[in-house]
Design a protein around this ligand. Structure first.
Ligand code: NAP
Length: 307
């Protein structure tokens, strides 16, 4: 029987690991085959407090990991493939291996949707990004494209006007999905232009992005334009497939938390983007990882008292 199993290894999961390790709970972290979360996909992180010169996303996650391990967290780079929280037991599987815990922290995150362009993966972190707050400052006085017509795209576009020479929002329809207030703010912004009824067909440049090919979906016409950055803001998907039927999820698939970081199952806590649609920052994820760890610790004291 494990005291704590932590599922996920982004800032939320590894902060929960650090705190529960320092509480002598020897947490087991199921870090995932692709560990480290979304920061592994970004380049320089300039807004994580404590690193005034910035730090590369993967380096930051290595430090999170080393710090948790220093206090006794055990980290397995394997996916949790199934959970069963019924009958008062908290069981997790890694393939055929069954594990049981007295408490579980779910920190599996949410993944930004990508477009799947031919050159997208090659130019990730070299112009192509899904996070304006992470990467916007690298494109001072540059030509920036944003894809999407929802609130996220509007928010990213407005934020990016601080840096870009011009921000062009490419939307596949001629009507925005965004709330009126956000849409109006963008439509009135002197630095933002809209490219309606259009999709990005591919991005080009080596080693960094320099151009994009757009296609007008009404006429089929292809246009190549100069662009240094492409911010994709077409939504996120929470990584909650294994929790369906086990934890309360909202309509978008995010885990519902009661007050703070608790779930509908006693002993199971949440942290990070898997329940937080609003802030989605590394530092807020780390903060909720700390809260989940403290709640798990409190739950375990109660567990010890009744067992
Ligand atoms: P969203 O509302 O689902 O919008 C996604 C946008 O991306 C839509 O305009 C959609 O086009 C477009 N899109 C989806 N797949 C695409 C593809 N493959 N190619 C091109 N375009 C594609 O997602 P979101 O903007 O991330 O917002 C999610 C939720 O968070 C919403 O409820 C939103 O209100 C909320 N939110 C609020 C704020 C705020 O209030 N400040 C900020 C961010 C998010 P179509 O319109 O054609 O479907």
């Amino acid at each position: 029987m494990e005291r704590v199993i932590i599922i996920g290894s982004g800032p939320a999961g590894l902060t929960a690991a650090l705190y529960t390790a320092r509480a002598n709970l020897a947490p087991l972290v199921l870090a995932g085959g692709i560990y480290g979360g979304q920061l592994m996909l970004t380049t320089e992180v300039e807004n994580y407090p404590g690193f005034p010169e910035g730090i590369m996303g993967p380096d930051l996650m290595e430090r999170f990991r080393a710090q948790a391990e220093r206090f006794g967290a055990r980290i397995r780079n394997e996916d949790c493939t199934r959970v069963d929280f019924n009958g008062g037991r908290l069981r997790c599987w890694v393939g055929h291996e069954e594990l049981e815990a007295e408490s579980v922290v779910v920190a599996t995150g949410a993944s930004a949707r990508w477009l799947g362009l031919p050159n997208e993966a090659r130019l990730r972190g070299r112009g192509v990004s899904t996070c304006a707050t992470c990467d916007g400052a690298f494109f001072r006085d540059k030509e920036i494209l944003v894809v999407g017509g929802g609130d996220s795209a509007m928010e990213e576009a407005i934020f990016l006007t601080r840096f870009g020479r011009r921000v062009r929002v490419v939307h596949r329809r001629d009507h925005l999905r965004a709330s009126k207030i956000m849409a109006d703010r963008c439509l009135a912004h002197p630095k933002i232009e809209f490219v309606w009824n259009s999709v990005v067909q591919d991005v080009h440049g080596d080693p960094v992005m320099q151009e994009a090919t757009l296609q007008n979906v009404v006429t089929g016409e292809l246009t190549k334009i100069e662009a240094d950055a492409l911010f994709i803001a077409i939504g996120h998907d929470p990584n909650t497939a294994i929790f369906r039927g086990q934890l309360d999820l909202d309509d978008a698939g995010y885990i519902r938390s009661g007050d703070g970081v608790s779930t509908n199952v006693p002993g199971v806590f949440v942290a990070g983007d898997v329940f937080d649609q609003r802030y989605r920052q590394a530092v807020t994820a780390a903060g909720s990882g700390c809260r989940a760890a403290l709640e798990a610790e409190k739950h375990l004291e109660h567990y010890a008292a009744v067992h």
